[in-house]
Design a protein around this ligand. Structure first.
Ligand SMILES: Cc1cc2nc3c(=O)[nH]c(=O)nc-3n(C[C@H](O)[C@H](O)[C@H](O)COP(=O)(O)OP(=O)(O)OC[C@H]3O[C@@H](n4cnc5c(N)ncnc54)[C@H](O)[C@@H]3O)c2cc1C
Length: 473
């Protein structure tokens, strides 16, 4: 790992001259800059913050930092769940949230160009006013699109539409030298050498700083219908997933959730939509399914096929959510899982493994059993349609050190099992600081060396987001 310097008064003067009025220091650097949404992975205050307004400012600041070996950590909205934007080695945080302009639409080319600090919510809503959909739909709508691209965020609609990566056509990037370059183009296919664009997507601020994005849009589907499907237990719920996919129902979302997490979340949002028992059968788990399309009759036909198939496969009911308020309440419950767990839990950690679809049920049983053996409360939900599982480890009574020790033991077993069944460490949240060890264990030395080689080419002084992804802190 590289040696880093502190920001001296002389360097600070240079930074202030490069970005007049936009550098924060001292008491102006509030506590938020030292952490993300998962503080268990550590907190550390930066020495300074650049509230960036444009690419040129970022370029000038990064160049100074590179020449002086000062760490640079980029931050979007700080909603990450793996400690990705935490400035582990101090230095400067570059915040993009004020680069929040939607620059232009090019509807004939189905694309939009934006600054990286535009929030997902704003982009999604704005695109809809043009009759277009930006399909990636991660749970946290107040994340920046630059953060989504840097973590290759997934979300609810990935089962049908793919992840953020599938919607990035081109980008402008500031390299650690300060040079501003472009990757990709507004074209729908390419076979033009190594994909530098795809290297930056999901690189978590370790290779370059994304300062502009051109994204693919699609015509917005005219109709959507959501179903809540209760089951007696999680195994029965999960075992229907391949059947739903095989029946070519093409769901936009196919989510699973356990009873416990619905109870927590409904307590949190203060409304009840999900049934807890049906005709005397206690509900143990649910699927939530959304179908979309332009032809309402065709969607209702698919709803009927889905209902028959699900009941035959062991569902105890199929509820069509056609009342707009109920629909909002149901998705509010689904979107509040993390906050609901946080509200009821003193100590919390999380993993977002991704496993082959046919392994989901067996893997979740393993996760629960291992949690019991380690003395941890396990709460899980996730994207059943694509095998991406969010498994939370919780405790309200263990001392912090003991909790961390048990979670470490738990993760060793869990990630080993994920890899053994053909899965990967992270489906959508990234590696950040929290999962560096497990990435190394799962992909092996050769692949880690290749990743470090790529990192060294982009960032020979290792100033960008040190301690993340492939370099340990
Ligand atoms: C309630 C909740 C629900 C969530 N649901 C989902 C979900 O369904 N799916 C999902 O994938 N994630 C989810 N997340 C995680 C989080 O929202 C995503 O990881 C999101 O992409 C982070 O965006 P951000 O702007 O907050 O980035 P930050 O947290 O600020 O940063 C994340 C990483 O990206 C880097 N980065 C940010 N901007 C740039 C840039 N312009 N250039 C280079 N690097 C940059 C940072 O250095 C860091 O490594 C959820 C989080 C919460 C709190």
């Amino acid at each position: 790992m590289a040696e880093y310097n502190k920001i001296t008064p002389e360097i600070l003067e240079q930074l202030k001259a490069a970005a007049p009025g936009h550098i924060l220091t001292g008491e102006d650097v509030n506590e938020d800059y030292s952490r993300d949404e998962m503080p268990i992975y550590g907190q550390n205050a930066p020495e300074a913050v650049l509230q960036a307004r444009n690419a040129e400012e970022i370029s000038a600041v990064v160049k100074i930092c590179n020449e002086n070996h000062i760490p640079v950590t980029t931050r979007g909205a700080g909603t990450g769940l793996v400690g990705g934007c935490v400035p582990v080695y101090g230095g400067i945080v570059i915040e993009t949230i004020k680069m929040n302009k939607i620059l232009s639409y090019d509807l004939e080319n189905f694309s939009v160009t934006i600054e990286p600090g535009v929030l997902l919510k704003e982009l999604a809503e704005d695109a809809l006013t043009k009759g277009m959909m930006y399909p990636p739909d991660p749970g946290e709508k107040l994340a920046t699109v630059g953060g989504n691209v840097s973590t290759n965020a997934g979300g609810m609609r990935a089962v049908k539409y793919g992840t953020t990566r599938d919607y990035v056509l081109a980008m402008k990037v500031v390299l650690p030298s300060g040079e501003i370059t472009s990757f990709g183009a507004k074209v729908s296919k390419t076979s033009s050498g190594y994909s530098l664009l795809n290297l930056i997507i999901g690189s978590e601020g370790t290779l370059g700083i994304v300062v502009e994005l051109t994204l693919k849009l699609i015509p917005a589907p005219k109709h959507t219908v959501s179903l809540i499907v209760p089951f007696a237990d999680l195994e029965s719920a999960i075992s229907t997933v391949p059947k739903v996919k095989m029946a070519n129902l093409d769901p936009q979302a196919l989510e699973f959730m356990e009873r416990e997490i619905i109870l927590s979340s409904e307590r949190f949002v203060g409304r009840e939509v999900f049934p807890k028992s049906v005709d005397g059968t206690e509900v143990g788990a649910y699927l939530m399914i959304t179908l979309d399309g332009d032809d309402e009759d065709q969607i209702m036909g698919r709803v009927e096929t889905a209902a028959e198939l699900l009941m035959e496969a062991g569902a105890i009911d199929v509820m069509v959510i056609d009342n707009p308020q109920k629909l909002r309440d149901a998705w509010a419950t689904r979107s509040s899982f993390l906050e609901a767990i946080e509200a009821e839990t003193k100590l919390l950690d999380e993993c977002d493994v991704v496993v082959p679809i046919k392994e989901i049920a067996r893997f979740l049983t393993f996760a629960k059993k291992t949690g019991d053996e380690c003395g941890l409360i396990i709460k899980s939900f996730g994207h059943a349609g694509d095998g991406n599982l969010h498994i939370y480890q919780c405790s309200n009574d263990l001392p912090r050190e003991e909790f961390l020790k048990r979670v470490d033991t738990y993760f060793e077993k869990l990630y080993a099992e994920a890899v053994a069944c053909g899965g990967l460490v992270s489906g959508e949240h990234g590696i950040g600081r929290g999962k560096v060890k497990y990435l190394a264990e799962s992909v092996g030395d050769t692949n880690m060396e290749l990743m470090r080689g790529i990192k060294n080419v982009f960032d020979p002084n290792l100033i960008l987001n040190p301690g993340k992804v492939c370099y340990k802190s």
